[in-house]
Design a protein around this ligand. Structure first.
Ligand SMILES: *Cc1c(COP(=O)(O)O)cnc(C)c1O
Length: 501
């Protein structure tokens, strides 16, 4: 299987190349030349199998230049039991009345990014080895909160790689920041950026596609790659958990073979829900792909009208990892909706950069509307979803998943669709202890360090707190830099020029 750029479908690379490059130099994203088919019936022998075994079956369809035993090595290594607190890796829990929640936050950083970022470094080091790459790989990541920490954990001290993470100074929660600025490891650096996530992400994309900088780095023996979901190596592991959830639901007797289910995905950069789209295209019986947004509801409006309009105020919310106005991965969907017409994608992306808006019409729009349903939750609605779910279902949601819960309720109200539904839970509530406690306890906590609130939340929710968050408050702060959004290039160069510690 070869990969093509969404902005130049004649530019073809292998999966190893696509993973090493991260993004195409024309600014496009790599997509598989064709989407393979995998009817669920074919996976029935894996009904009793582990997550790792299921993963290999799916990954091998896409990563065809990796040997299956190498993929097995990667999945065993990434999803090992000292890395994930649940042996099921991505367990599905029945919340009753047709709703099931898949918890994707049992990894080392307590958010769903671990599902991909624990395995991406393995794909990458293997690609470096097998392709005889002799440059060092410099991973750059922009984070809306969770990618940064997950990427740092994944790439920490991985030979042949160095990693630099930029996070928006105004964007991430206190605990998310603390997780990053206390990160240990000899090959990495973390820097704040004065700005929001979109500024940070545009900065990183600009660096990636800057030929001069690329040249300078090459002279120093480096090439760039990306740990953001623009990298295909991050997308593909996410397809796995949709298949795995379906098999779990079958195994639990919640659905019949072939029965269509809905999925609700708290969405930011459109990576997670795009993986659901690919799964559906491959033949997984998914009905509606329900895209949940917060007050930054560009995507809701897009799905309802076909017009993508980023010309609006960026709003910091309780669900910071979804505070995004430019959803990068949408480009991959556009490529499919346009019938793989790269020129059309280039046109839309040009409109977006030049005018901040573009619109779909005709067949592309019809497809968008039939595949997706979009909704959003305000801040109050998010808090209410946390409280209601806690009170009525005895389950504690983080603010991102709560956005999904609210949108799920609206979807049922508006459509009357009672199908079995999978709600994707993207973060542990323990990553946002203050906001969660405020939502579920009257009056709420006051004037205390977020790390102290973890204990209180554990009591109130009667759930165990993720071990990695436990020791955070005693850790030393190692990364204090913050740069302007125009200084990110310099930050890259000074990182490269600094001796590896
Ligand atoms: C990254 C993230 C999201 C958004 O996921 P996308 O793939 O960017 O749409 C939602 N919730 C949490 C907790 C996240 O970390």
């Amino acid at each position: 299987m070869q990969y093509v750029s969404t902005r130049n479908a004649t530019y073809r690379v292998s999966s190893m190349e696509a993973i090493k490059l991260g993004i195409s130099m024309d600014g496009g994203l790599f997509v598989p030349e064709e989407i393979p088919s995998l009817p669920i019936e074919k996976l029935m022998p894996l009904l009793q199998s582990s997550y790792q075994e299921r993963a290999v079956e799916i990954l091998k369809l896409f990563l065809t230049d990796y040997a299956p035993e190498d993929l097995k090595f990667c999945t065993d290594q990434a999803y090992r039991s000292d890395n994930f607190s649940s042996p099921r890796i991505a367990p599905v829990k029945n919340l009753g009345s047709g709703l099931h929640v898949q918890e994707l936050w049992h990894g080392p950083t307590a958010a769903f990014k671990d599902m991909a970022l624990q395995i991406l470094p393995l794909f990458l080091t293997m690609a470096i080895e097998k392709t005889g790459e002799n440059s060092q790989i410099l991973i750059l990541a922009a984070t809306s909160g969770d990618t940064g920490k997950a990427a740092l954990e994944g790439f920490k001290d991985v030979p042949g790689t160095r990693i630099l993470v930029f996070y928006p100074q105004e964007g991430v929660s206190a605990l998310q920041r603390l997780q990053m600025i206390t990160q240990e490891g000899g090959n990495l650096k973390v820097s704040g950026v004065y700005g929001n996530f979109d500024d940070t992400q545009s900065g990183v994309k600009g660096i990636f596609t800057d030929p001069v900088l690329k040249q300078e780095l090459a002279q120093k023996g480096y090439r760039f790659s990306s740990a953001n979901s623009i990298n295909w190596g991050r997308l593909v592991p996410q397809i796995v958990y949709y298949y795995s959830a379906y098999l779990d639901l079958l195994q639990q007797g919640s659905i019949e073979l072939g029965e269509e289910i809905n999925v609700v995905v708290p969405t930011g950069n459109f990576g997670n829900i795009l993986a659901a789209y690919y799964a559906k295209k491959m033949g997984l019986p998914l009905h509606k792909l329900i895209c949940a947004s917060n007050d930054n509801h560009v995507l809701t409006d897009f799905i309802r009208t076909g017009i993508y309009d980023r010309r609006r105020q960026f709003v910091p919310t309780l669900s910071p990892s979804m505070d995004i106005l430019i959803s990068s991965n949408l480009e991959r969907l556009l490529f499919e909706l346009a019938g793989r017409d790269d020129a059309q994608v280039v046109h839309w992306m040009h409109e977006l950069t030049e005018h901040g808006v573009y619109g779909l019409e005709g067949e592309a729009l019809e497809q968008l509307v039939s595949l997706f349903w979009g909704g959003y939750a305000t801040e109050d609605e998010t808090r209410r979803a946390i409280r209601n779910t806690y009170e009525t279902r005895g389950y504690t949601l983080d603010p991102h998943t709560a956005v999904g819960m609210h949108v799920y309720d609206r979807y049922k109200e508006e459509t009357g669709d009672e199908r079995q539904t999978l709600l994707i839970s993207t973060a542990s509530p323990f990553k946002f202890p203050k906001d969660v406690l405020l939502a579920i306890t009257a009056g709420g906590p006051n004037n205390r360090e977020e790390t102290d609130l973890l204990v209180e939340l554990a009591k109130v929710s009667s759930t165990d707190m993720p071990a990695p968050l436990l020791g955070l408050k005693d850790k030393e702060v190692l990364h204090r830099e913050v740069c302007g959004k125009d200084e990110m290039r310099q930050a890259v160069m000074s990182f490269i020029n600094a001796k590896e510690e």
